[in-house]
Design a protein around this ligand. Structure first.
Ligand code: DX5
Ligand code: ZN
Length: 218
């Protein structure tokens, strides 16, 4: 099970220390939500934040691009050091080209699938995907409620995992109970925001509990 703290929820007045604390607490990678205020009605992190996080850890840092027309902007995030770059298929008309460009740059290609997006709409792209991320909230804001109707889609992507070899990531309202449930469905990795990590006290204790709870649940 991989755990990715959602850095939009971190204390930005203390970012480097937050990264070091989360790294020491056992985070597997750092999740950076990049929003342009057009694809989603919010504006959050940018390339300087990715650079700052990269400078404070040796662990992977991702870029979740909730921006329109990501293809021509990929180099911004590649040059900022993003190790995994997620794009949304609805964000532009060159999804396959963008996934191939991310891989050509030696980074992991991520596909983020919104709650309304059916498996059938992205199945043909799965050979190009290293990280398949199911959005279990409408993207853009932390602190939302988990959308239960995404559960069958998670099960389907878990079934397809064996054929395509991607890591199945869940992003949105991942509470400890959800993480136990979704691990049993076949999810591999979780974005941790306000539902399981931030504002929940000691990072190391929270992460340790998530790892043991999931074992108990299994
Ligand atoms: C949603 C964000 C996530 C996540 C935050 O667009 O990508 O960062 O929802 O975690 P929660 O939902 O637990 O506050
Ligand atoms: Zn995200």
């Amino acid at each position: 099970m991989e755990l990715y703290p959602s850095m939009m929820c971190a204390d930005f007045g203390n970012l480097a220390n937050e990264v070091r604390a989360l790294d020491a607490a056992g985070a597997d990678a750092f999740h950076c939500d990049i929003m342009d205020g057009v694809f989603v009605p919010n504006i959050t992190m940018g390339t300087n934040d990715i650079r700052a996080i990269k400078a404070a850890t040796r662990k992977p840092v991702d870029a979740h691009l909730m921006i329109v027309d990501p293809l021509p902007k990929l180099d911004l995030f590649i040059n900022a050091g993003a190790d995994i770059i997620y794009i949304h298929p609805e964000a532009g008309s060159f999804t396959a080209k963008a996934l191939l460009a991310i891989r050509a740059a030696g980074r992991k290609a991520g596909l983020a699938v919104n709650p309304e997006m059916p498996v059938s709409a992205v199945e043909d792209l799965l050979p190009l995907v290293d990280h398949l991320m199911v959005m279990t909230v409408s993207p853009g804001f932390a602190g939302q409620a988990f959308l239960d109707f995404t559960l069958p889609k998670i099960e389907r992507f878990a079934e397809l995992k064996g054929r395509f070899g991607y890591t199945l990531v869940i992003d949105g309202a991942c509470s400890p109970e959800r993480i136990a449930q979704l691990t049993n469905l076949g999810a591999d990795a979780f974005v941790l925001g306000t539902s399981a990590l931030f504002g929940k006290g000691d990072y190391a204790k929270s992460i340790e509990n998530l790892r043991t709870t999931h074992l108990v649940a299994a």
